[in-house]
Design a protein around this ligand. Sequence first.
Ligand code: SAM
Length: 317
Amino acid sequence: MNDVYGRRFKTLRVSLLHHCNLGCVYCVAGESELKQANVSGKEQQLSGAQLLDIVRRLHAQLDLDTVRLTGGEPLLYPGLVELVKGIRESGISRLKLTTNGFLLERMALPLAKAGMQSINVSLDAIDEEVFVRMSRRHHVDRIIRGIDAALEAGLAVKINSVAMKGLNDSQLLPLTEFAFSRKIPIRFLEIMAMGHLHDQAHRFLLNRDQILEILSSRYTLQPVDRAMAATARYWKTEQGQVIGIIANESEPFCRDCDRLRLDSSGNIYGCLSSNHPIPLQLEESADVWETKLAQALAQKQLVRFTGSDLSMLHIGG
Ligand code: SAM
């Protein structure tokens, strides 16, 4: 299934649940939202067996290359290790996870043993005070121990940091130094106009050029060619260390986007810009799913992300 621009779904992002143990400023607006975000909600959450069935059927219809598990916070999902095993057994070649890393120290080895290959850890500060400002939780050291445990377990690890003007700009160089000390790539994300920031993300936007300017004060950066359907553009330092920027605003990547999203209630979305959920039911036929997948593909934007009232907490980051 291709659209007129040759785009098709090859990567599935599965949001396992929509609560989290952090309250990051881009996902969660204030104290009352924080309480809601931190508790297991009334969401109609699919069981591991149901999720696995959906993933298997989508793989049969789309011949997926990659599944990425996310949330909410995916390490809070009961039965995660079993689910990882099941997805690996279904023949998906690349299985990845995006996490805040808070529970990673004890989960890294079981996940690696179950067949997880690669983990992106979201980390927006190294300094504890800035970390608390960004995430509303203490103990950045837990995340650092989680990253070290993941590396020890043999997992490929990348760090993702959302760069926010006036909030964590002081952390770009310390985060990069930390990543380089562990010999892992780091990617900085431009803030996206989502959820409670839908109309005011521009106030916090640190754009690609501004991020590059900060990084270039310490490193000499050479651009690297962009891979097909990649969200990030990469640069290499003279020592061969890798820095990426996911520049959703400055350099949108809709044109060859290959992502399909599945939320924790079984809805699919073809694009972050569209909040319009398309519910999949397991009892429906492959033909019905084909029609729904075509609807999801038609949601893709051609040029750029146009914003969304839905927070990544709900649709999956
Ligand atoms: N809890 C997991 C984590 O922290 O990685 C997975 C879900 S979380 C929504 C995934 C990531 O989405 C965040 O860490 C952040 O990088 C990204 N994100 C969420 N809202 C964003 C926004 N408005 N702009 C840019 N990135 C955002």
